[in-house]
Design a protein around this ligand. Structure first.
Ligand code: FUL
Length: 438
């Protein structure tokens, strides 16, 4: 049976949904797989990672801002969306936020008439990319920070961005950081009200935070999801930031978690989140990015790769070159599915593939139909060698996508066996690839 038949057979007899399942928006989000994170603001010009909030507005002055170049780069890199730091912890707003006096409107840039969000939202529309925003609740500039008044200002800030003038927003990034404001005080964040404000205006926006509700932080800033990674999480009694679940829980999810909250793995292509001249030569290699890919997208997470624009307001040549080299790697490896033309036989909980001829493989990709929930808790992969099955990989979760590196093996027959599942397993895809160049 050809591969088309394989997908059909794998999907035959769809079982009933089990446990929490993704919303349509979460399903679409998961399928994006790979998005661009953009850290841009006064820190781009000061070299700081966390601005003090006292920087003069005129510090922000990109000489050749070109959001179309960011979008063109993201598109060519194979990304599906861009999330920008509309407001980082220093409080500076990249749009003329009426709630703040620390914005592009008070800066010398374009005589105070500029709006980075408008320019980026337009560019994303033009290139068919999703447009998302990071709006930091922690604000080191706002004098009201640390008082009840601030929560209202923050909510109106969210409403200003989500109110429609930038079109649809696919993701709202809530950073959990909660440091001191200008008065030395910390804020008690009103998370339910923050979420409510976004939900009312952007019902389809995926809300990121340590505990969702749309997607969760993966527990580190290295882009590495757990080998076991459930898209389910228990959030009762937890809050974003200091009240978050332990990072290893965020990394792996909860096997019987009450809510569907898949993981998002954020990492920077450079050592820092913001651009610095001195880091132009410290961009992650294709090998490092490939490892990150296999450990994020390949472990049931979405990869959010930060590519910070420089003081011109352009993505630096060195970063875009690396993004294209990384895309070449993915095209080379994932462009040819070596399971093409395979015959498949299903026996109880195993799927046996017979390839048209012996093929050299070193990556096995498995997928579950997550629209029915995440069900598989353990599996093994064997290949036929000489006169018996030989184990080449085993693991726990699969989820939307699992890519398993294996020692290179030349084989015609491969078997995937589900050895543990919370409910009848439902594999939706098996693909085979070769990464090593020989
Ligand atoms: C962190 C922030 O403190 C960093 O500056 C950066 O924005 C990162 C993505 O999230 O919590």
């Amino acid at each position: 049976m050809p591969l088309l038949g394989l997908a059909m057979l794998l999907a035959a007899c769809a079982p009933a949904p089990y446990g929490p399942v993704p919303t349509e928006a979460q399903l679409r989000w998961q399928q994006m797989e790979y998005n661009m994170f953009v850290h841009f603001g006064p820190n781009t010009f000061s070299g700081l990672e966390w601005g003090e909030g006292t920087e003069p507005e005129d510090l922000f002055c990109p000489t050749e801002l070109d959001c179309r170049q960011w979008a063109a780069t993201a598109k060519a890199a194979g990304m599906k969306g861009i999330i920008i730091t509309a407001k980082h912890h220093d409080g500076f707003c990249l749009w003329p936020n009426p709630e703040s006096t620390h914005t592009v409107a008070q800066s010398i840039w374009r005589d105070g008439k500029g709006d980075v969000l408008a320019e980026l939202a337009d560019a994303c529309r033009e290139y068919g990319l999703g447009f998302g925003v990071y709006i930091s609740p922690w604000d080191r500039n706002d004098p009201a920070y640390g008082t009840p008044e601030y929560n209202g200002k923050y909510i109106r800030t969210l409403q200003d961005v989500h109110g429609g003038r930038y079109g649809a927003i696919f993701e709202q990034w809530f950073d959990g950081a909660c440091g001191e404001g200008p008065g030395g005080k910390r804020q008690e964040y009103d998370w339910p009200a923050f979420r409510q404000a976004v939900r009312e205006l952007s019902p389809d926006a995926i809300m990121f935070s340590d505990i969702g509700p749309g997607c969760r932080w993966i527990g580190n800033e290295r882009g590495i999801a757990g080998e076991t990674n459930w898209s389910r999480l228990d959030t009762d009694g937890f809050s974003p930031g200091r009240g978050a679940p332990p990072t290893d829980t965020l990394n792996r999810g909860n096997v019987n978690g009450a809510e569907w909250i898949p993981g998002e793995a954020d990492v920077s292509i450079r050592p820092g989140w913001f651009w610095r001249e001195s880091e132009n030569t410290r961009i992650k290699s294709v090998e490092e990015l490939a490892d990150i890919w296999l450990s994020s997208v390949g472990r049931n997470a979405l990869l959010l790769l930060n590519v910070p624009p420089d003081t011109r307001g352009r993505i630096h040549e060195a970063d875009s070159l690396r993004l294209m080299e990384f895309r070449d790697w993915r095209d080379r490896v994932f462009g040819t599915n070596l399971a093409d033309g395979a015959r498949i036989r299903r026996r109880s909980h195993s799927w046996e593939l017979t390839l048209p001829e012996e093929r050299l493989i070193d990556l096995v990709q498995l997928q579950e139909d997550i629209s029915l929930g995440q069900r598989i808790s353990s599996f093994r992969v064997d290949v036929w060698a000489d006169d018996g099955w030989q184990l080449v990989a085993d693991g726990t979760t699969i989820g939307y996508k699992r890519i398993l590196p294996i020692d290179p093996v030349c084989t015609r027959r491969l078997r995937v066996t589900v050895t543990g599942a919370l409910a009848p397993p439902h594999l939706s895809g098996v693909a085979l690839y070769k990464n090593s160049p020989n």
